[in-house]
Design a protein around this ligand. Structure first.
Ligand SMILES: Cc1cc2nc3c(=O)[nH]c(=O)nc-3n(C[C@H](O)[C@H](O)[C@H](O)COP(=O)(O)O)c2cc1C
Length: 179
């Protein structure tokens, strides 16, 4: 059994929901996951005390949460020593268009370059559109972005694009690595 830190940044909740699924899979595989939201990490969080770390963040206006970037930069020496994984959640990753898929991968790589972190496993993950949670301005902006990416512009409902099989596979891949 390994102790795994699953730390994420999330603005509307989907990256946290994905972290929970990853935690469930790790627990099924016999590990002990600890889930932490990086906006308010516990003061006594000791990254070095874990056997492995998975970090997740989502993309808003072309970039991941600044507090996740800051966390990874601060802990990159430890992260580069431990088994680690990173997943990047976006709407871009939801598109079947190969160009959008390439962009999602580029955004993920940009984050790793900026933070000087070299995780063992990475995954761009399709996120969600939560029109019901957005204020008017956000809804208008997201409707426009969705028109380009996913095509789902009916703002009277929410959409979830996350491929849960891919998420489970990513968690199992990491489980084998950290074991
Ligand atoms: C205001 C706003 C801006 C966004 N900008 C982008 C973007 O630039 N590129 C993208 O691929 N997805 C974008 N998204 C989609 C989010 O990445 C997607 O909704 C994701 O599921 C959010 O994850 P979270 O709920 O964990 O924050 C944006 C979403 C919102 C609400």
């Amino acid at each position: 059994m390994s102790r795994v830190l699953v730390a994420s940044g999330s603005s509307e909740g989907q990256t946290t929901t994905i972290a929970e699924r990853i935690g469930d899979v790790l627990a099924e595989e016999g590990h002990e996951p600890t889930l932490v939201h990086l906006k308010h990490p516990p003061a006594d969080l000791n990254v070095e005390s874990y056997d492995g770390v998975i970090i997740g963040a989502s993309i808003h206006a072309g970039t991941h949460q600044r507090y996740v970037t800051a966390f990874v930069r601060e802990h990159r020496a430890v992260l580069n020593r431990l088994p680690t994984a990173f997943y990047s959640v976006s709407l871009t990753a939801a598109s079947a268009d190969p160009e959008s898929q390439a962009t999602a991968r580029e955004l993920l790589e940009e984050f790793l370059e900026e933070t000087e972190w070299d995780p063992d496993v990475t995954l761009p993950v399709a996120g969600a559109l939560r029109y019901s949670q957005y204020g008017l301005l956000k809804r208008v902006v997201m409707r426009r972005i969705a028109g380009k990416e996913s095509g789902d512009t009916d703002t009277s409902r929410d959409y979830e694009y996350t491929n849960w099989d891919d998420v489970a596979m990513f968690a199992r891949q990491f489980s084998a690595l950290v074991r």
